[in-house]
Design a protein around this ligand. Sequence first.
Ligand code: URA
Length: 278
Amino acid sequence: MAEKNINKASAPKAKNEGVYHLQLKSGDVPGYVILPGAPERTLVIARDWENVREVASYREYKTVAGTYKGTDIACTSTGIGGPSSEICIHELNILGVHTCIRVGTTGCIVPEFDLGDLIIPAACVRKDGTSASYIEPEYPAYADTYVVMALMEACERLGFRYGLGLDYTVGSFYIGQGRPLREDGSGYWPSFAEKIIPDLATARVTNIEMETSGQFVVGKLHGMRMGAVLSVISNRVLDRWGDNGGESKACLAASEAIRILTEWDKKGEISLTLKMKK
Ligand code: URA
């Protein structure tokens, strides 16, 4: 039987005529979207909102929309790593989304941070893999300055412990983050893996995780403002793992930062052109 409703391979559509993976249509989300990795985290984020509604859920992509203190807001989960994040950001861009804040977890590799602290990456080392499909490796992965300022302001208002970070994003959780296969050291364990964390710490890289640089580069190339707030769930200096309240703090900080950015945008306080002194 001949297949009906054949899609364009270059721009497939979902059955509901929305974008293919997120299954969202124009108007389902506002211009500002929070990006958690885990679908379950969308509900943690939405705990601080009103008028909450689940808009779509397919594979790793769950979208929830609502209002936060009167500001329209949404969050869409990206799944783990660069490729699934790329799909999410590309499709959000089609829907007119212009500002994204990643909410995630990370491992700290310098003694200034500990479990539950928040890290706002100013820039990332690009080991994500995905962004290399978009542009040469010398192109920087950096956060939008105003998104960083809004996140800092949000953390100040909420009284959260935070710091700016130089993040290392890598497309691996185990060997690529210096985690051996087995505690007794048997199995594949190349010599470079042993040196990953100490070498990054020497270079004053603050933290390690799997999504941020890919998101910053893909979003930037699509003309979007990108930022991230990451809670420290692993301390690679002391070899400890635990949330310590960080996840819910990062979720709230992201919502507050979206509210701040929306206010700045409405007042026209953000101008990317140079302000010349008269
Ligand atoms: N996410 C990572 O990728 N690594 C960690 O250590 C913690 C969170």
